[in-house]
Design a protein around this ligand. Structure first.
Ligand code: ADP
Length: 244
């Protein structure tokens, strides 16, 4: 049968807070190369779903990455299995340079590296990530003085050097200029290739321009799924967005 191309298989995932079910039996199949947008009204459970997949909140059900079960594992174990996420506010070390931020991310959770191993394995990965996120020329710049968009790209770079192949991004273009949005979309396409990218987003223009597929959540459940066109034409989606 060969290798399955299903990267992340979410089955009947549930998250409950004090009796309130925020994620209510979600099923999702994400494939390699997907640039999947996760949309839905406020409170639909988008962030909680991402939190559950990445181990930040306890869940029941199953999240399998290429057959390996993630539910029940700890945040750092899930990260080491190649599932990485960003938060709404970029968390970079402001006082450290771009390069130092990537260096720390590359070594995270792996203990001290020998000089040789660093030069052979880490440095090429960092160079590649710098190239991908377009910050090669700013490697020695303190992260704190980067533009808003550049900080977000650095955070994505930090996932890339950790070898994340499933990236979950929470509102990556919030607060970005039009140009930064375009560049972010192109960046997501570049990293898409052999990876899987999930984007929680409110910006519908950004979604239309870059999504390869869309999942609409409402009240903790998958309301609709498909291409941008299919989802936009779905009367149930129009209903939750127009409130009619
Ligand atoms: P979205 O990201 O789609 O806006 P959230 O995942 O943030 O939605 O929230 C889904 C629901 O779960 C909301 O009703 C929210 O109030 C609730 N919720 C989220 N986190 C918690 C928590 N830690 N404790 C209690 N309720 C929560």
């Amino acid at each position: 049968a060969g290798m399955s191309s299903e990267y992340l298989e979410v089955r009947d995932l549930r998250v409950t807070f004090d009796g309130f079910t925020a994620v209510d039996g979600v099923n999702l199949t994400l494939l390699q190369g997907d640039l999947r947008f996760l949309i839905g009204p406020n409170g639909a459970g988008k962030t909680t779903l991402v939190d559950a997949i990445t181990g930040l909140v306890p869940a029941t059900g199953s999240v399998a990455k290429s057959g390996v079960e993630l539910v029940g594992k700890k945040v750092h174990q899930i990260a080491r299995l190649g599932v990485g996420r960003t938060f709404q506010t970029a968390s970079v070390f402001e006082e450290l340079s771009v390069l130092q931020n990537l260096d720390i991310a590359a070594g995270a959770g792996r203990g001290p590296l020998t000089m040789l191993r660093r030069r052979r394995t880490v440095e090429p990965r960092i160079e590649e990530a710098l190239e991908t996120i377009g910050l090669t020329g700013l490697r020695d710049t303190p992260a704190g003085i980067l533009a808003h968009g550049q900080k977000q790209w650095l955070e994505i770079g930090m996932l890339l050097v950790q070898n994340a192949d499933v990236l979950l991004l929470d509102e990556p273009v919030a607060g970005m200029s039009h140009e930064e949005r375009e560049e972010t979309g192109n960046l997501l396409r570049r990293i898409g290739g052999g990876r899987t990218v999930v984007v929680v987003e409110h910006d519908m223009d950004f979604m239309r321009a870059f999504a390869t597929s869309v999942t609409v959540l409402a009240a903790g459940r998958v309301l609709s799924e498909g291409t941008v066109e299919q989802v936009q034409a779905d009367p149930r989606v129009q209903e939750v967005y127009l409130g009619t």
